[in-house]
Design a protein around this ligand. Structure first.
Ligand code: HEC
Length: 110
């Protein structure tokens, strides 16, 4: 009886160790949102501005007024932009890269 309990506990520990090890190795490496932004977006959005349409800057306030909300909203914009903005599909920017850029925008341009 006691033996059974102990082996049960060991099984749980092994499972836990295996699953946490697995998630650590599969965790996406930290991408540099700032560098990606400079490379892909800064031509038209220097310092979070917008050289083509000054009502559509990357400030949280402007984006909110235009219905672009949060990281998800920014990624959606990259995938499906409005007039005169480049389209960034998954071949150009992976979901992780797009998300890293969006996170950089949210925390950098108030
Ligand atoms: C060729 C110039 C150009 C490039 C490059 C560009 N954009 Fe834009 N962006 C625009 C223009 C023009 C608009 C306004 C039109 C629209 O609604 O899409 C815009 C609008 C946006 C908006 C909505 C802002 C608002 O206030 O509504 C977001 C968010 C955005 N861009 C993010 C990005 C990101 C992220 C990148 C890089 C991955 C990028 N843009 C690259 C030109 C560009």
């Amino acid at each position: 009886m006691k033996k059974k309990l102990i082996s049960g506990v060991i099984a749980v520990i092994v499972c836990f160790a295996a699953s946490s090890g697995f998630s650590a190795t599969t965790k996406a490496k930290q991408l540099d949102g700032k560098a990606l932004f400079q490379k892909h977006c800064a031509v038209c959005h220097p310092n979070g501005g917008n050289i083509i349409n000054k009502n559509k800057t990357l400030s949280v306030k402007a984006m909110k007024a235009n219905g672009v909300v949060g990281v998800k909203g920014i990624v959606a914009k990259m995938r499906n932009p409005g007039p005169l903005m480049n389209k960034f599909d998954e071949k150009t920017l992976s979901n992780q890269e797009a998300k890293a850029i969006a996170e950089y925008i949210v925390k950098s341009f108030k």
